[in-house]
Design a protein. Structure first.
Length: 453
């Protein structure tokens, strides 16, 4: 198995302190955005200049209970404007964090914005900027947003792995070639260094007999993961935050922005090690880390069945009454790139129904207008030679076809030259983004607005 370019084994794994704004706090909790330095690749190499929420990558793990209200003041100390988008949350449109569409950008060098909204659905979500995303996410701006069930299932540990990748040079500096034409017109910016919770990890320590709820978040600009847990049989219990009937997860495929909750039962013996392998790009498979069993007796020897999570209150589409639309995603290398993509600063490469939309074009006429309360089925056609994880804001949809058929969520990964169908109730008023979550594709045309009125 060819192994990933590994600068050095990270030894002492930095732990992420939970950041739990108490309900009784008088002051609004602050999420400060600034440049920072972080040891991504091990102590023998220099630290990397990153952009970070609260000084670290990933940003603080925000944990709430279902039904609670999130309130946070974002303070932007960057030299760039930004916004924060709360990926997958069904929230009021004005809190969605889309620049020029739902809010003005949060100004560079001192801008502030307070986000406040209820958290209707339990699950694994995340937050990230929605402005200049290829660079802002590529430099480290993202964090987990966990909404716990009112009665969470019994597990020994509830752990988040934020998966991301970086394009680093030999001095562990970020290569600043964001939005180069090669990346934008092909698979997006795929890095050369994969981190789990902000560092290369040699191992993840477990104990024999332990039951772990592992929440996987793909926060990469463009990389797709396919994780295999050697000698383990993880059970999938939720996808994109939404519960599924527990079933063998097999290889866990996660496109950019997608999440999976798995139950990892540690059935091997004390002192053993087992690889977690990512082989989505088969010629470039690598070992993500080892599950390292402590030299302790087992916590238990028999495991109950994986828990079934209570369903969320997100509405389910009425397929018989649904109105249908087709949306075609086009463009890219080896495809029908729109004219005018060569030269110039704002190259448009990708299209939605034949039209390329730039980030600064927000406020353009919506692609579709939905009647509030009505059910819709969208047939999403990938007419390109590339993968596209297509994300709809403000709603939870049911995936009817494609590789995610049978699950609900907010992002659907569509393989080259295939199609998927999503169904949802357009119950959340406002203008919402529908876009590819390969951030370089999004920023070079593959996005649109849909209106719920
Ligand atoms: Cu996670 Cu419009 O994005
Ligand atoms: Cu795409």
């Amino acid at each position: 198995m060819p192994s990933r370019r590994r600068f050095l084994a990270a030894s002492a794994a930095a732990t992420i302190a939970p950041w739990m704004p108490g309900r009784a706090l008088a002051r609004t909790p602050v999420l400060r955005i600034a440049a920072a330095r972080q040891q991504l690749v091990g102590a023998a190499h220099p630290a990397t200049d990153v952009w970070a929420y609260e000084g670290r990558v990933p940003g603080p793990e925000l944990r709430f209970k279902q039904g609670e209200r999130l309130r946070v003041e974002v303070q932007n100390a960057l030299e760039a404007e930004t916004t924060v988008h709360w990926h997958g949350i069904r929230l009021p449109n004005a809190m969605d964090g889309v620049p020029h569409l739902t809010q003005e950008p949060i100004a560079a060098r001192g801008g502030r914005f307070t986000y406040e909204f209820d958290l209707p659905d339990a699950g694994t979500y995340w937050y990230h900027p929605h402005l200049g995303s290829p660079e802002q996410v590529g430099r480290g701006l993202y964090g987990a947003l966990i909404v716990e069930e009112r009665e969470p299932p019994q597990v020994d540990r509830d752990v988040v792995w934020v998966l991301s990748d970086w394009r680093l040079d030999r001095e562990a500096r970020i290569v600043p070639d964001f939005m180069n034409f090669m990346d934008a017109s092909h698979a997006g910016r795929i890095g050369n260094t994969v981190t789990v919770n902000g560092a290369i990890r040699e191992k993840f320590a477990v104990r024999a007999g332990e039951r772990i709820r592992l929440r996987l978040i793909n926060a990469s600009n463009a990389r797709i993961y396919r994780l295999r847990f050697e000698n383990h049989e993880p059970q999938l219990i939720a996808f994109d935050g939404q519960p599924v009937a527990p079933a063998a997860a097999g290889r866990v495929v996660l496109g950019p922005a997608q999440r999976a909750d798995i139950i990892l039962d540690c059935r091997n013996t004390a002192g053993t090690r087992h690889r977690v392998i990512d082989d989505f790009y088969e010629q470039r498979a690598y070992r993500l880390l080892d599950l390292a069993y402590a030299n302790e007796g087992p916590l238990r020897t028999a495991f109950p069945p994986a828990p079934r999570l209570p369903s969320n209150p997100a509405p389910v589409a009425n397929l018989a009454a649904a109105e249908r639309h087709q949306i075609v995603f086009g463009g890219g290398m080896m495809g029908n790139m729109p004219g005018g993509m060569t030269g110039g600063e704002r190259r448009m490469i990708w299209t939605v129904n034949g039209k390329a939309t730039a980030e600064h074009d927000h406020g353009h006429a919506p692609l579709l207008t939905f009647s509030r309360g009505r059910s819709y089925v969208l047939e999403l056609v990938n007419d390109t030679a590339w993968h596209h994880p297509i994300h709809l804001h403000g709603h939870v949809f049911q995936a009817l076809g494609g590789r995610q058929a049978g699950t609900s969520g907010d992002t659907v990964l569509i393989d080259p030259r295939t199609r998927a169908e999503i169904a949802f109730v357009a119950d959340n008023p406002g203008d919402w983004m529908l876009h590819c979550h390969v951030l370089e594709h999004q920023a070079s045309g593959m996005m649109a607005t849909v209106r719920v009125a």
